[in-house]
Every structure is written in C-alpha cells, then in structure tokens.
Design a protein around this ligand. Structure first.
Ligand code: HEC
Length: 432
C-alpha cells in the first residue's frame, strides 16, 4: 500500500518538489478541531478546544485569543484575514497582521463550519441553531438562511451563486445564496451528513455521514459515482488536495483514508490514532502532507509518501507511555512497533514473541521460556547492532525467511539506530 501511495504521489507531484517530513505543531492546551492552510501555503491556522487559534509560521505559533469556548472552524479569507467560529456561537474575523479580531455576529447554537465566498466578500457559517449565517466582510448587514435542521457543513458552488448544505437530518440541500431560498433537496442519506467536499471542475460531491456512509456523487444528478463506505463511523472530516488529485476522509475511529480521485483507489489508509476521532483534515498547499487534528493537543502532519512510518497521535503514546511525552525516539519506536509482542523483562510473558531482554550477544532462538519456529532455532544468527539493524532494514521476511516474525520494516536508519540504542539499555551482555 505504501508503495502504491508513493507511486501515485510520484505521478502527481512536480518532480522538483521537496518532500516534507512528518511534523507536529505543539502548544495548544486541548484537542484540535479545525485546520486551515493559507492561500500561499506558508501558514497554518489551528482551532482548538482551548478557545484559541494557533497561527503557525515555520512551526512557531502565535496565539489568537478571543473566543469564549472551543473553536470548531477556521478559514483563511486571504493572506491578511481569517474567520473562525465555535461553541460560543460567535463568528469572528481576524486581522492576521495584528492578531486582533472582531465579532461578525452570533448564532443561537454552536457553529460547526465556515465557508468563504469565491469573491471573498462573505463568510457563511453552519450552525446547530438550524440556520446558516451570511456575514459580510465588507460591512454589509448580516442575514440568516433557515435550513430547518442542525447544519454541519456548507460549501459554495457555481461561482458563489449557490450553497450546498449538509445537515443532521441526513439531507444535503441546495440554497440560492443571494435570495436565501431552497433550490433543491439534493439528496437524503437517512443519517446525519457531517461533512462535504465539492469538486465542480470534475463534477462531483463527496460526503461523509454519522452512519459511516462515504460516497462520491454526481453534482448534476446526485447519482452515486463511488461508494467508499467502510465500517467506520462516524465520518467527521474531509479535505481535497488543491490540485483535486486526492481526497482525505477522517472518521471517529481514528483512520485517515486517502483516495486517489482519478479512479477512487485507496492510496493510503492511516490508523492515525489508537483511540478517538479525526476531527480536522487539511492538505498542505503542495498536496505532499496531510494535516490532522483529533484528541491530541498537537496537530499531526504526515507525508503522503510514507505516512505509515511516522508517529501516531497521543492516545497511543499516552496509553503506552503513561503520559511520559519526553520518551526518546528509541523508546517510542519500541512501544509503537514492538511492545505489543515483546517484553523487556526476564520473562516472555506469553507475548507473541520472546523477551528482548539481554538480546545483545544472544544466539537467535535461545530464550528458554519461548517456543520458536524451527527456522529461527536453526538460524545461525547472533543478535547485535548489525544483525538487528539488518532484520528491520530488510524485514524479517527477507532476513530470516520462514520465521514467525511479522513482516515489518523500519525505513529510516535513524529510527533503527535509536531503537537499537534503546534495546541495548536492557542488555547486560556487551555487544561486540
Ligand atoms: C506481531 C508480533 C511481533 C512484533 C510487532 C515484533 N515481533 Fe519480534 N518476534 C515475533 C515473533 C513471533 C518472534 C519469534 C519468531 C520465530 O520464532 O520464528 C520474534 C522474534 C524476534 C527476534 C529474535 C529473538 C530471538 O530470541 O531470537 C528479535 C530480535 C525481534 N523479534 C525483535 C523485534 C523488534 C525489535 C520489534 C519491533 C521493531 C519486533 N520484534 C516486533 C513477533 C513480533
């Protein structure tokens, strides 16, 4: 799967592009619910449960304070301005040069999503007061559009003439933007529609729902083009890369599904966190990374080229490391990739694999309380820095073909070195 993703990525990306690595944006005091990338791609805005927005330049935050409750949605208007909204029912406009904001107005319920009009004159807010708010960015009076059900998401279409509106009653409706009138009941899903993405040039709309339904439908007929529903619910976040080449879908079970929109094949399926939802997704401007927010206080960004070999969200680290986020990379490698099958204590504790205590200098297949495969018992390997490195550089399937070890490689030499250094801490015998 990883190689398929890489292949697709190589076909889609400009050759001169420099792949960005995995990174995190750390500093918020609560989970992240919204993410936006600036038009020129140089800045990221994060919206958090801690009531603040983070404006990130070169991974350094500037905190934008003003909301009185969790911030759910954030969008850039242009390079100089942004808008945000959240559980305090307020829609705010930000001057990004000064960090100052003003309230455009209030809903009577929490606000879940924002859409900026193509001409950048308006922002539309989707609220659980069953209305859309239409806020002028040029000083005109605000107005509301009655939808008739809690509104989860909204998107502009037809050069800003219409709005596609996703609601908790399972409907996607089309409203005339200027008149505020209902034009069409576009489709009915039965369960609430949480998120939608439009690609007008390609003629489709993608939506994700509470019951896990994820579909791509024709913008003309609402006919299903592709049903990508998996047994994962609810679907909470979606984004499309700027070139329209990739669609990302995030769900309540912590997966991020990356679809190649040429044939809707799965480019990658990342289990981004052990526990908890993916609330926010945004592609980097160049489409090389996918940014995600969930229960973690940090925004995570995975390179599409190799998303599987990077860290996962905290739920996992916290579970395994008991809140110790100062763990070394080696410890994290071990916890994430080995600890489910191996202990570092004297006994193998009925795990799938033998204890890795005192591994260095030990001939393969010799822990007394463990039943090895014949392959490993017969292997003439002594475990040391080089052999462990080779095991995960080549993969157990290549290095000791026929062993019970699962197929697993650790692509980065530094990760292997850090892991080996960590394992060495649990060996009394000196390595040669
Ligand atoms: C899903 C389970 C699983 C995971 C994950 C796993 N291993 Fe193993 N490992 C095994 C099994 C099973 C064996 C025994 C294979 C056999 O008998 O053929 C083994 C054997 C080994 C051995 C040989 C031990 C000996 O005494 O000869 C080493 C070294 C090893 N694993 C290291 C690791 C490291 C390091 C990681 C993490 C990067 C890891 N393993 C991840 C299941 C696992």
């Amino acid at each position: 799967m990883r190689y398929l993703g890489l292949l697709i990525a190589l076909c889609l990306w400009p050759l001169e592009a420099v792949a960005e690595d995995f990174f995190q944006l750390k500093g918020h005091g609560g989970p992240i619910k919204g993410i936006a990338v600036s038009p020129d791609g140089s800045r990221i805005l994060t919206a958090s449960f801690d009531n603040a927005l983070g404006l990130w330049v070169n991974r350094q935050p500037q905190w934008l304070e003003g909301h009185d409750a969790a911030v759910n949605a954030v969008a850039f208007v242009d390079e100089a301005r942004a808008v945000s909204a959240g559980d305090d029912f307020a829609v705010r406009q930000w001057d990004l040069a000064t960090g100052q904001s003003s309230v455009l107005g209030h809903h009577l319920g929490k606000v879940l999503s924002l859409a900026v009009s193509p001409d950048r004159q308006y922002v539309v807010s989707a609220s659980w007061d069953s209305r859309l708010g239409v806020w002028s960015l040029t000083g005109a009076a605000p107005r509301f559009i009655q939808v008739g059900a809690n509104v989860n998401d909204v998107a502009f279409a037809q050069q800003g003439r219409v709005l596609f509106v996703a609601s908790a009653d399972g409907r996607i409706r089309v409203f005339d933007f200027d008149r505020g009138t209902l034009e069409q009941l576009f489709l009915s899903n039965g369960f609430g529609v949480n998120t939608l993405v439009l690609n007008e040039a390609a003629g489709w709309l993608a939506f994700g729902a509470v019951d896990g339904v994820t579909k791509i439908v024709s913008l003309d007929s609402a006919e299903v083009i592709k049903d990508i529903t998996l047994e994962r619910r609810p679907v909470l976040a979606m984004d499309m890369s700027r070139d329209g080449g990739m669609l990302a879908v995030g769900d309540g079970e912590g997966y991020i599904l990356l679809l190649n929109r040429v044939d809707w094949s799965i480019a990658s399926d990342i289990k981004a966190t052990h526990r908890g939802p993916i609330w926010a997704l945004a592609f980097a401007a160049d489409g090389q990374n996918i940014h995600a927010g969930g229960l973690d206080d940090a925004m995570f960004s995975w390179p599409l080229s190799d998303p599987r070999d990077a860290p996962r969200m905290v739920a996992e680290d916290r579970d395994f490391l008991n809140g110790n986020d100062r763990a070394s990379n080696g410890e994290r490698q071990f916890q994430r990739k080995c600890s489910i099958c191996h202990t570092l204590t004297g006994d193998s504790a009925r795990r799938a694999g033998p204890t890795l205590k005192d591994l260095f200098g030990r001939p393969a297949g010799t822990v007394p309380d463990y039943t090895y495969s014949k392959t490993l018992q017969d292997a003439e390997i002594v475990w040391n820095g080089q052999t462990i490195d080779a095991l995960f550089d080549l993969g157990p399937d290549v290095y000791i073909a026929g062993s019970k070890m699962p197929v697993q490689r650790i692509a980065r030499a530094e990760d292997r070195a850090d892991l080996i250094a960590y394992l060495r801490l649990y060996s009394d015998i000196e390595d040669q």
